[in-house]
Design a protein around this ligand. Structure first.
Ligand SMILES: Nc1ncnc2c1ncn2[C@@H]1O[C@H](COP(=O)(O)OP(=O)(O)OP(=O)(O)O)[C@@H](O)[C@H]1O
Length: 231
């Protein structure tokens, strides 16, 4: 397995709180990896570290063979866990913003995604529901043809049936493009079919990781493993 991301003994403390407590993990390239775990396990901290928004206190991190940096961020499409990007925009402005600012942004693809996700150009972001806004942010991130996608809770706020539809569309899109994709989510039931690889985090560490097919063969579904590890 060739790694797109290699992390060794990563630690990060906020005051007395250990967000990462010696995280060792290898994320395979050209695969879709789930980063799973309960609230506070350190998932978002790890994802922020990939884009240089948070620096490790200790440990090493290599992404596509490089250290995290602003230059490297041109190769990463990052969906943060709690951002609102386009409050004073309409959908069409958000797409223009992406096209003018984001490296690798494919405008035709953005429009395809916007329509497929049930949005239209004239919609005002301020008036959107939480789920509609989440779809817009997801469309903007997925429209980028870059080697690495880092999506922190991309489905939160999106209803179950729509989530299932989006997941089905994503499976086709990811296999076509050979991108490395990391997704942090709590919606395991509807998203399990997306994942090639899974990392289960606990207390800032890697509690278990592996290829989903192998994990399933030895331990049951991703949901079963989740229950075994955390309940
Ligand atoms: N900026 C911050 N300041 C202080 N503490 C923080 C900060 N960011 C994270 N933490 C703490 O670090 C720990 C890990 O947080 P993190 O957001 O990485 O967890 P998570 O696994 O993404 O959780 P969730 O599933 O709730 O999003 C938590 O205890 C959190 O309170």
């Amino acid at each position: 397995m060739k790694s797109a991301i290699h992390a060794a003994n990563l630690t990060k403390k906020y005051g007395k709180r250990m967000a990462l407590a010696g995280l060792d993990v290898d994320i395979p390239e050209h695969a879709v990896t789930a980063i799973l775990g309960p609230n506070g396990a350190g998932k978002s901290t790890f994802m922020r570290m990939l884009t240089g928004l948070v620096s490790p206190d200790q440990g090493t991190l290599s992404i596509l063979g490089q250290y995290p940096s602003w230059q490297l961020n041109a190769s990463i499409s990052y969906l943060p866990d709690r951002a609102r990007w386009f409050e004073s925009h309409r959908v069409e402005h958000a797409v223009e913003w992406g096209a003018s600012l984001l490296p690798g942004f494919d405008k035709d693809r953005a429009w395809e995604l916007v329509r497929a996700l049930g949005l239209d150009a004239e919609m005002d972001v301020r008036g959107m529901s939480k789920g509609q806004e989440a779809r817009l942010m997801l469309a903007i991130c997925l429209a980028r043809d870059v080697p690495l996608l880092v999506l922190d809770e991309p489905f939160s706020g999106i209803d179950m049936i729509s989530r299932e539809k989006i997941v089905a569309a994503l499976i086709d899109s990811f296999s076509e493009r050979r991108q490395t994709v990391l997704i942090c989510t709590h919606e395991i039931a509807e998203t399990e079919s997306l994942f090639d690889y899974a990392v289960f985090m606990k207390d800032g560490r890697n509690a278990m990781s592996g290829h989903v097919e192998e994990l399933r063969a030895s331990r049951g579904s991703v949901q079963d493993i989740y229950r075994q590890l955390y309940s």
